[in-house]
Design a protein. Sequence first.
Length: 458
Amino acid sequence: MKIQWACRVSVLAVLALVVSQTESRGQMVYGQPYGVPPQLVYTPSGPAFVYGPNGPAPAWPYAVPAMYNDGEPEPTESTDESCSSGECGGGENEYLFDSGHSCRGGSCGCQASGPLAGMSGWLAPYSETGCCAPHWFDVHAEAVFLRRDDSSPARDLTRLGALGDAVISTGNLDFSSLDASFRITGVYQTGTGSNLEFTYLGLNEYSKQASARSEADALYAAFDNFSINSNGVPVPAAEIEQLHQAEYQRVNLDSDFDSLELNFRRRWMGPTCLIQGSWLIGVRYFDLSDQMRFYSYANRDLDDPIAAGHEETGGEAWYNLKTRNFMTGAQLGGDVWMCLLPGLRMGMDVKAGVYGNNAKVNTSMYGEDIYDNYIGFIDPEALDNDKVSFIGELQFMLTYQISHNFTLRAGYEMMFVEGVATALDNFNPALEPDRVPFVADGGSLFYNGFSVGAEWMW
């Protein structure tokens, strides 16, 4: 409970900071922030103007760089005379492949002559905004494909005979394939170079199934230790027919998560526009769910009684285990972008936070046979525990601008989740009356994969 209150206080503190920053940015004088090149003009929340070959034109929310001479505005592009003479303005590089300047033709001004600048026009990105335009969007959406690795120990779930080989194990339930999820971010500008961001990530569903069949009714489930005593010897009298003389057994493992974020982001620009980035502070809610289901079916074989005078009853058994992790906390992060070419950027985004986690574990198991419609193997259990958890994200991205408003993006990303309760960690095969319930909430998860999407600016 103390952990939950501490996280709530931290969330409220971050929200108060965001509100105060929003109000202060709305009242500031729109001068040049520290570290911004003089040719980059910042504007208030309204249209600005930039000088160009055909007179002033609107720009939003920033103006592109313009050069000045004796206090008079000049076009951002060179004249035909300057190109015909082969002369271009000097200065430091504004993008990575700007290895030199040369004039390409007599109508478009000075252009870069780097190794990628000569690509065909139909392959080149939209470059009118240049490199000094900030990495800005109003909304971005993308499909995210992630696989999951966890730290759960390997264990047998079904054997062919009490001491036989495993036919179902936790290794059959790993989420090694990529699973699709969805991320969307909306942006609200709060001031010069700053904004609020709301991000949702989720709509995924990891699912895995493993099954086994034995015509000889020789499947033994892990419950009650495969009917093996403490000395490692099978005890036929301790066998439960629905679990230890089964014809068919199946295990299902499912998982999903939903993430909600509210962040305040402040942008910065490098002195030559080659590098730009931002820092952020915000709050996040992360809901992680795991579910494990075990089904066993035993056929009633009247020709093969368990013991003299004791005929088989057959029957079925159902086991259900569900874990939930409700995590709330504050996070810090930022991104860095490098301009490869005007309209083509490579970047990295990182976020990390500490969270209060309310972990819940719910378990039940019952069965039936020809004599009983309900057999309670495990009475319904509802356990929970509070602890501190960690979430960290790292993304490597590439953006390719299609038009002034539309940009494609793709990248590779990783997410680390530490200190959570997973289904496999909380699998407890002991039955009544020797069962001791517990909560295992020290699990570690690692998600990695790729994303493909787009950014849109109004």
